[in-house]
Ligand binder design. Structure first.
Ligand code: ZN
Length: 67
């Protein structure tokens, strides 16, 4: 397996979760995060929070952001 050096030095993937919930990672990174979330409840919980925040942001309109 050719792991990203950052992924190898830290088993956790929090640094990648923001991009993960926005679907902005490479396929390799997405695979690594998905595998990690299956075995790590703490990162999975963090990911769920980020996903909720991201979907709330997606509901905002430009007018909301101006207020
Ligand atoms: Zn973790």
């Amino acid at each position: 397996m050719t792991a990203d050096p950052d992924l190898r030095s830290s088993p956790h993937v929090r640094r990648l979760l923001g991009a993960y919930v926005l679907d902005a990672l490479t396929d390799t990174e997405t695979g690594a995060v998905t595998r990690h979330l299956r075995i790590c409840g703490s990162c999975a919980a963090h990911c769920a929070e980020l996903a909720q925040a991201a979907s709330s942001l997606a509901l905002l309109t430009e007018d909301d952001l101006r207020e």
